[in-house]
Write a protein that binds this ligand. Structure first.
Ligand SMILES: [Zn+2]
Length: 193
């Protein structure tokens, strides 16, 4: 069974309910006939909810009526070769846009974005903020292009950009980035409940 969304889902991080709350964790294993294709730019996130003993899915992006859902098996910081190796263990192959267009630069981005986001905070104390802002905005753009704009760390990057804008006196942009960043961060926290 290929799962298609029957109803438009907005905004991001809506809980997919109830037809996509799958009974038992071990059943979510392709033996059960539930076949959710893989992609390194997933539109759903799932986790095992201990209290109800179910696997619960959440929309990470807006998903339109009839649109296919995709989930990812690999952490965002894995290179193409690392993703391939992991998926091969399960007998899977990923044909997503990001895998098809992977380059040494995109692999480097995946390896470095976490460190870059952490380092921005230290750099911002020592270097001119305008330069740091430029770097942070470039990273934001690169992460969006690579489909990394729905992970928790991307939320941290947006909150950092918001902080820089506030320091530079641009309150409008600061508030906009704060809102976007908080939306990502809060939803990940909320989904753990
Ligand atoms: Zn892929």
């Amino acid at each position: 069974m290929i799962v298609l969304i029957k109803k438009q889902l907005t905004p991001p991080f809506t809980k997919l309910a109830p037809e996509l709350t799958i009974g038992l964790y071990h059943k979510f294993s392709h033996q059960d006939g539930v076949d959710i294709p893989l992609s390194c730019i997933p539109n759903v996130h799932y986790h095992f909810h201990l209290k109800s003993f179910t696997v619960q899915f959440f929309a990470l992006r807006d998903i339109k009526t009839g649109e296919q859902i995709f989930h990812s098996y690999c952490r965002a910081n894995k290179t193409l070769e690392e993703r391939k190796a992991k998926l091969a263990l399960h007998g899977f192959e990923c044909n997503c846009r990001v895998c098809a267009n992977a380059t040494p630069e995109s692999d480097r981005l995946r390896k470095n974005f976490e460190t870059q986001i952490t380092n921005f905070k230290t750099l911002a104390l020592k270097k001119p903020l305008r330069g740091i802002l430029e770097q942070a905005l470039k990273l934001e753009k690169d992460m969006i292009k690579e489909g990394l704009d729905i992970i928790l760390n991307f939320g941290s990057l947006l909150i950092f950009i918001s902080w820089v804008y506030a320091k530079l006196g641009n309150m409008e942009e600061s508030e906009r980035y704060q809102r976007l960043g908080s939306e990502i961060k809060n939803c990940y926290l909320k989904n753990q409940e």
